[in-house]
Design a protein around this ligand. Structure first.
Ligand SMILES: C[S@@+](CC[C@H](N)C(=O)[O-])C[C@H]1O[C@@H](n2cnc3c(N)ncnc32)[C@H](O)[C@@H]1O
Ligand SMILES: [Zn+2]
Length: 414
């Protein structure tokens, strides 16, 4: 009998695991990310996917690093006293647990994690124990994300990080993001945002995407507009403070303010963009615009999209500086944040999109493609603003005219 009970006890985790749809016999791997120790289920599938028993993507470490840097700097810059955090798509709980470990428990008034997967919730609880985190101001819920948000009072940080399209969670997320709170929104359906799936883009984002060399920047702006439209319905002005494209996703952080005038101001910056595939000319569509390029060709149209800034330049600069001093942040992410800081400092003058140097060479018959740093130097020497873009390594954001960019590419005098 005793032997039978012993065997039953030994089998319990396995049975428990099967109940949750994966085999705990294969067990967990314990990984260290930032200051957190996290158990992630061993997965026999080939790639990271939504079919994993509990989702964990190591590639998204940089996404979580950026989130933590942003929260630390925003607390100082925007005067946030204590965080009230909603993590409706918590998966292993890694994001919330890292917030507790790295922002300091004292800076967090309340953290609510949620996932509709029972296996995920069981793992979050295990991971809280693994990190010796006692509950109290921490809660873990097991429901649908919209329900979770709507059943709670309100937060000053809400992180929307689902699989794919975030649109169906925006209404509840906006409703529960308080005044001067931060709303973070991730979209991984980049084909709809960046123009490979045009019909899906129009249906889900209410805007025409544009597939070209700066399609990911256009995608960021299309996502921002959708979030702002939902904000407008609640008379909340959602100003993007840090918006980017990286790996396979687009993510934007918004500062939430109330007031009809603020909302109207943001909506006034929803524009359409014209782009010429023949010569790379781009401009914001004006009233009664004939949509013809100076080269005589019909221009392609994208949007409506957010035509304002993607970044708060102070936030971007301080995040890059903080990353530089943080050993948890890898070199690639540090470099990425430096590029973003340079782009942010320059964007007031340079507007939407950028010039892909390879396109300029191809469309204008230029044989030798200059390096990005060289192009930036040449344009600055001519008195223009110019910077790199985080979207690609061969793009230049500048207030120079197309003619000036072509001349700089050829290294001709103007
Ligand atoms: C992309 S993963 C989140 C990853 C996590 N934020 C991280 O940093 O590791 C999405 C998670 O949300 C959960 N999820 C997806 N749709 C949901 C919904 N409608 N309500 C609640 N949870 C959902 C999934 O079970 C999955 O664990
Ligand atoms: Zn043209």
């Amino acid at each position: 009998m005793e032997r039978y009970i012993k065997r039953l006890n030994a089998a319990a985790p396995l049975l428990n695991g099967l109940f949750y749809g994966f085999s705990m016999a294969s067990g967990y791997n314990t990984i260290i990310e930032g200051k957190a120790r996290i158990a992630v289920p061993r997965y026999r599938g080939k790639d990271v996917s939504s079919r994993m028993p509990v989702f964990y993507n190591p590639v998204m470490k940089s996404n979580r690093d950026i989130t933590l840097l942003l929260m630390a700097v925003a607390a100082k810059l925007y005067g946030m006293k204590k965080w009230r955090i909603a993590d409706p798509f918590a998966a292993t709980g890694i994001r919330g647990i890292r917030m507790l470990r790295e922002l300091g428990r004292g800076s967090i008034e309340m953290l609510k994690m949620n996932d509709y997967s029972a296996a995920a919730v069981a793992l979050i609880k295990k991971n809280l124990k693994l990190n010796k985190i006692k509950t109290g101001n921490i809660a873990v819920e097991n429901t649908e994300a919209n329900k979770f948000l709507l059943n709670n009072k309100g937060f000053n940080y809400v992180d929307i990080d689902p699989f794919g399209y975030p649109g169906i969670f925006l209404d509840a997320a906006v409703k529960k993001t308080g005044y001067k709170g931060i709303l973070a929104v991730t979209a991984t359906d980049t084909s709809a945002l960046a123009g490979t799936a045009v019909a899906a883009g129009m249906r889900k984002y209410l805007a025409t995407p544009l597939k070209n060399s700066f399609m990911h920047e256009t995608g960021i702006r299309v996502l921002i507009r959708l979030v702002q439209l939902v904000g407008a319905m609640h008379e909340k002005a959602l100003l993007p403070v840090f918006s980017y494209y990286k790996e396979h996703y687009i993510r934007a952080f918004f500062m939430c303010r109330t007031g009809a005038h603020r909302v109207d101001e943001l909506l006034g910056k929803h524009k359409e963009l014209l782009y010429c595939n023949s010569c790379c000319e781009k401009r914001i569509k004006q009233q009664n615009d004939d949509e013809k390029c100076g080269c005589g060709k019909q221009m392609a149209k994208a949007g409506p999209l957010w035509a304002g800034n993607l970044f708060d330049k102070r936030l971007a600069s301080e995040m890059a500086a903080a990353a530089g001093k943080n050993d948890n942040v890898d070199e690639k992410t540090k470099t990425f944040l430096k590029v973003v800081a340079g782009e942010a400092a320059n964007e007031d003058k340079c507007g939407i999109g950028f010039y892909a140097i390879e396109d300029i060479c191809e469309k204008h018959g230029i044989g030798q493609q200059p390096k990005t740093a060289e192009m930036i130097k040449r344009l600055r020497q001519k008195g223009y603003s110019a910077s790199a873009t985080h979207c690609t390594t061969t793009g230049v954001k500048t207030n120079a005219t197309l003619a000036a960019v072509v001349a700089a590419t050829q290294q001709k005098g103007l």
